[in-house]
Design a protein around this ligand. Structure first.
Ligand code: ADP
Ligand code: MG
Ligand code: ZN
Length: 634
């Protein structure tokens, strides 16, 4: 698009006005006087003036030829315009002379005033300030947004990248191979849609890149632009958000029109959350009409075009949880591509990409640097390499050495620690054994879900690590045995810390909260406690507004409350003991899994099971004849 052409020709308009002004002053300016005023008065006195027209600045009129000859030299008269028989037209500047009119009357000269034609100047005095104002305003608008002008307000500001113009290729993106593969496939859809449609499949309309800041979402999108070989419309969610209602919606419409005209194309909306925040939340006052309209327009456009036309929409966000659910529905962003913080190998690969242009000393071991930078994202690593190179240059070195990287890591870690994104080696160890404990207990219980993945890469502020379990089927009911196994798994992390370190950390807080809630529900709602029996002591929570003030929220006695508390303690303690028994029996597996986690940071379920099999407790404990039974204990 050519934004220049669309800017309203305000400047032409201005130029035309100024031109008119000049013209007017030329046209209507009185001619330089032919006569001096005194000559005019003399002629008037001699009765040589025939007629006179007075206006504010000049006196024009007719004077007899012989009269004129008396006051002007011959050549001058030649130059004057002849006007009628023996009379000359003259012009003289008007001076402030109160005796003029009496003199005219005395000479019996026919005289008249002239009503000046002032419409143009009046008009200008109104219009010009307005025009100047609008001009300045549109100039300011353009300052704020270099491509838009006054009339391009409803135009999308998508930058169109075509083919390799971003200079980024898939080679520049490292360590996030799965996401990369998905995008490569998406590009392939665009290039040869028929291959995929052959069997009746529908080409996805859009993909949403989700991941923490700095993990390379924007970079990946740029790489797609570089590799796809189709026009690539790139813009940020905040580009749509304007102060005028309806502008954002108009931009969305315009964007899709442009994109469809150039299909096959890719539209990339970065920072989608700026525009796609869930509707109807937040303060009611004032509302968010503009954003809602824009979002509705986007939804409508996404529904409106079909992928037959070859438009794929990519978007990126680091806050998928605040997105409007309508955006995530199938048929819109049907695919979500999760980009997580890179693991050890990924970090090493990213470091390799960013050190391509850096002169490294042979001592530099990228694997070691990767090991020291748990929790770093791609942007942090790029920053790290740059800091190290700058540090080495400052020290006047010929190459970047390991110590430069060490210094840079220390500096960056200091900054990140405050954002609690980096954990110390000691913490990493604790988290590793904690998660290993969860995983081992889960794998030792018949009713617990299988372990899908363990990770000790910190995520967000709260979770330092996580063990992901894969339910084998959808569950609507859970048996007591299943709940007890789940309880054991929850306590496994805490117990592992006890066993390995002889001490416990605050890391189990969330686990304990969940375990306590679970036990409490078992006792008070599900009738699963032998001592308290079948009575449902607590129903589902009533909404607050239904509660009568003063009425007790509790429907049981103090004695029962104390009994509930006791029973919760008993069940928790029992679960703790069971988990402890399991992990003690599998101590060597626990140690091995912990070490593996420290080493790799991410371990998948297959490897967990393989490792457990290698450290079979039956085989190990055969010596001390203490074969422990890992079956469900009740
Ligand atoms: P996001 O959009 O996810 O917040 P960016 O794509 O803007 O992150 O990444 C910022 C910078 O970090 C990139 O320009 C690149 O230099 C670096 N970077 C991030 N992730 C990677 C990666 N996977 N491989 C290589 N460089 C990366
Ligand atoms: Mg980004
Ligand atoms: Zn835990």
């Amino acid at each position: 698009m050519e934004p220049r052409q669309q800017t309203f020709s305000i400047w032409y308009f201005l130029a035309a006005l100024v031109g008119l002004l000049l013209l007017q002053s030329v046209l209507f300016r009185p001619h330089a006087e032919d006569l001096t005023y005194s000559d005019f008065k003399t002629l008037l006195g001699k009765g040589k003036v025939v007629e006179v027209t007075l206006d504010r600045q000049a006196i024009t009129g007719m004077v007899t030829a012989d009269g004129l000859e008396a006051v002007l030299p011959k050549e001058k008269i030649e130059g004057l315009e002849r006007y009628g028989k023996g009379a000359h037209r003259f012009v003289t500047a008007r001076v402030d002379d109160p005796s003029l009119v009496p003199a005219l009357e005395a000479a019996k000269v026919k005289f008249t005033g002239r009503v000046e034609n002032t419409w143009l100047s009046t008009l200008l005095s109104w219009v010009l300030p307005a025009v100047v104002f609008v001009g300045v305003w549109s100039l300011l608008m353009r300052r704020m947004n270099p491509t838009g002008g006054l009339m391009s307000i409803g135009k999308s500001r998508a930058k169109v990248y075509v083919e390799k113009s971003t200079g980024v290729t898939f080679d520049d993106v490292a360590g996030i191979d799965e996401a990369r593969a998905e995008l490569v496939e998406l590009v392939d859809f665009l290039k040869s849609p028929d291959r995929y449609r052959r069997l009746g499949g529908r080409i996805p309309k859009g993909a949403l890149l989700v991941g923490p800041p700095g993990t390379g979402k924007t970079l990946l999108a740029k790489a797609v632009a570089g590799e796809a070989g189709v026009p690539f419309f790139s813009l940020s969610g905040s580009d749509f958000v304007e102060m005028f209602v309806g502008v954002g919606a108009a931009r969305v419409r315009d964007l899709f029109e442009q994109a469809q005209a150039k299909a096959p194309t890719i539209i990339f909306i970065d920072e989608l959350d700026a525009l796609g925040k869930a509707r109807g939340v937040g303060p009611v006052v004032g509302g968010h009409d503009e954003r809602e309209q824009t979002l509705n327009q986007l939804l409508a456009e996404m529904d409106g075009f079909d992928t037959e036309k070859g438009v794929i929409i990519l978007a990126a966000t680091n806050r998928p949880e605040i997105l409007d659910p309508a955006l995530l529905r199938p048929g819109r962003f049907d695919r979500q591509i999760v980009i997580d913080r890179p693991d050890l190998k990924g970090r090493e690969k990213i470091l390799a990409v960013h050190t391509r242009g850096v002169t490294l000393a042979p001592s530099v071991d990228l694997g070691l640097i990767a090991a020291r930078t748990a929790g770093f994202v791609g942007a942090d690593l790029a920053n790290l390499v740059n800091e190290a190179a700058l540090g080495a240059a400052r020290g006047g070195k010929a190459t970047v050495e390991m110590e430069d990287f060490d210094a840079a890591i220390d500096r960056i870690v200091g900054g990140l620690e405050r954002k609690s994104r980096v954990i110390s080696p000691r913490e990493k160890e604790i988290v590793a054994y904690h998660e290993a404990g969860h995983a081992l207990v889960a794998e030792s219980r018949p009713h617990a879900d299988r372990v899908a993945k363990i990770s000790i890469i910190p995520r967000g502020v709260a979770a330092l690590g996580y063990t992901q379990q894969q339910p084998t089927e959808d569950r609507y009911l859970m048996t007591r045995a299943e709940l007890l196994d789940r309880l054991d798994v929850l306590l496994g992390g805490r117990v592992a810390e006890e066993i390995v370190f002889g001490d416990v950390s605050t890391g189990a807080q969330d686990d304990l909260q969940k375990a306590t809630d679970l036990v409490r529900h078992m006792v008070t709602r599900y009738g699963m406690s032998e001592t308290l029996g079948l009575a449902a002591l607590e129903g589902p929570r009533h909404p607050l507004f239904l509660q009568v003030p003063g009425a007790s929220a509790r429907e049981y006695s103090e004695r029962t409350a104390a009994a509930i508390d006791d029973e919760v303690q008993v069940l928790l303690q029992a679960a703790h003991d069971r988990a402890r028994e399991t992990l003690t029996a599998r101590r060597s597996a626990l140690e091995a899994l912990g070490k593996l986690l420290i080493d790799r940071e991410v371990v998948d379920g297959e490897n967990v099971r393989r490792l457990i099999a290698a450290h079979d407790p039956a085989r190990e404990s055969a010596d001390n004849l203490a074969c422990s039974d890992d079956g469900p204990t009740t």
